[in-house]
Write a protein that binds this ligand. Structure first.
Ligand SMILES: NC(=O)c1ccc[n+]([C@@H]2O[C@H](COP(=O)([O-])OP(=O)(O)OC[C@H]3O[C@@H](n4cnc5c(N)ncnc54)[C@H](OP(=O)(O)O)[C@@H]3O)[C@@H](O)[C@H]2O)c1
Length: 386
């Protein structure tokens, strides 16, 4: 019997975090949770530490940490700490073999770089950190020879299809997109979309930010940028197709015209398990597709006029340097302001476009410059009324 792989889970209390816990429960003989982090939900994090007997935990938020100490609900065997440094220390924990990065936003970037420097394999669900610092992350991972295992379902699908093929044989990556909740809504009706309407996804169960991003297809835009960094393909070799059933998670087209796809139900446990056990496989925690029942697969090209955020992401990727970071930060602020009912649904792309024209990007920005541009963009997007 082999020793279990030791896992650190950053973002344990979130949507990806809870899917990861399902995988860990099912494969406790192969995977052991040794570290967990969350922002502020201390009750949930304490429950995870009790269930999985976790030795190290971080609550990023200081107040939540103090509340947790008062409540005394973490087991005595869990070493609990707080703050940015603590998150980085957790990501570099000596006993960890693999770090699953499932925190939201760019907060995951520095801990991920530290984990790479410490030689840990990385399972990457967080897309924002690659959009901001892709050049730095890929360079560090190559230098250290660590595995960067894509956990986002589309990228995991591509990763699976690419196994055994050299990059010269790849012509295109075709990312599938559900088209979001307004794919059948006429363009002129989008003006009246409310946050309540935009936070209900037809196929996936996810948090509000990513659900709105699915509706606008800003999420697919972020994924295009993520695919560029993970697989080294330029924008002309990255395509998007609308696939309403969310069963085919992406395609790889080879230079001879053959196309491979990865297919599984719309449930993140498939991609998470693939990354955590890679290169091994084991029975899934969720039943797979049943071919004894009839079903259809539909594909259609996206209407760019209906999804301006997607076109803006392509533009940002083509501009390069800090443009993807500006796209990401402006989109985050725009979605927050839309959810707070400060701006309309159709203002989201306007705010991104405005921010892209306002911020000057340096050539090959350093990490510090990227973080500075991220902050600057947020200020611009917060202050502007589209
Ligand atoms: N949900 C999906 O199906 C899906 C699919 C593909 C990719 N992704 C990507 O995966 C990432 C996570 O998504 P999610 O949907 O799981 O998000 P989520 O449900 O909002 O969960 C975020 C997790 O990160 C923690 N967190 C947030 N900021 C943190 C910080 N500064 N330090 C430490 N922990 C922090 C949260 O803790 P608290 O609970 O205490 O706030 C929570 O555990 C995102 O980048 C998303 O784009 C998600």
């Amino acid at each position: 019997m082999t020793t279990p792989k030791k896992v650190v889970l950053l973002g344990a209390t979130g949507s990806i975090g809870s899917s990861t816990l399902r995988v860990l429960r099912a494969h406790s003989d192969r995977l052991q949770l040794v570290g967990v982090a969350a922002q502020s939900r201390h009750n949930e994090l304490a429950a995870i530490c009790r269930e999985f007997d976790v030795s190290h935990a971080v609550l990023q938020d200081e107040k939540a940490y103090l509340r947790a100490l008062q409540a005394g609900h973490f087991p005595a065997t869990t070493q609990l700490s707080s703050g940015t440094e603590a998150l980085t220390e957790l990501a570099t924990l000596a006993e960890a073999d693999i770090v699953l990065v499932a925190v939201v936003g760019v907060a995951g970037l520095r801990p991920t770089l530290a984990a790479i420097e410490a030689g840990k394999d990385i399972a990457l669900a967080n897309k924002e950190l690659l959009v901001l610092g892709g050049a730095h992350v890929i360079k560090a991972a190559k230098r250290k020879g660590v595995r960067l295992l894509p956990t986002d379902s589309e990228h995991n699908a591509i990763f699976q299809c690419l196994q055994g093929y050299p990059s010269e044989q790849v012509d295109k990556l075709i990312l599938t997109a559900s088209g979001g909740q307004f794919r059948d809504t006429p363009e002129k009706e989008l003006a009246v979309v409310t946050p309540e309407m935009a936070t209900k996804h037809p196929n996936w169960s996810m948090g509000p930010k990513i659900t709105v991003d699915s509706a606008t297809m800003a999420n697919k835009g972020l994924e295009l940028i993520e695919a560029h960094w993970l697989f080294g393909l330029e924008p002309d070799h990255l395509e998007v197709v609308i696939h309403t059933q969310s069963l085919v998670h992406s395609f790889v087209q080879f230079i001879d015209g053959s196309i491979l796809a990865q297919v599984s139900p719309p449930d993140m446990t498939f991609a998470i398990q693939h990354c955590l056990l890679f290169p091994e496989r084991a029975p899934s925690v969720t039943p797979s597709i049943d071919f004894h029942k009839a079903f259809s697969l539909d594909f259609s090209p996206p209407e760019y006029a209906k999804y301006p955020c997607l076109q803006l992401a392509y533009n940002a990727l083509r501009i390069g340097d800090a443009a993807p970071a500006i796209f990401n930060a402006a989109n985050e602020v725009a979605v927050e302001r839309f959810l707070a009912k400060e701006i309309s649904y159709l203002d989201i792309p306007k705010l991104i476009e405005y921010s892209l024209t306002q911020i000057v990007s340096p050539l090959s920005p350093s990490l510090d410059q990227l973080f500075q541009i991220d902050t600057e963009t947020r200020d611009v997007a917060q202050a502007h009324n589209p």
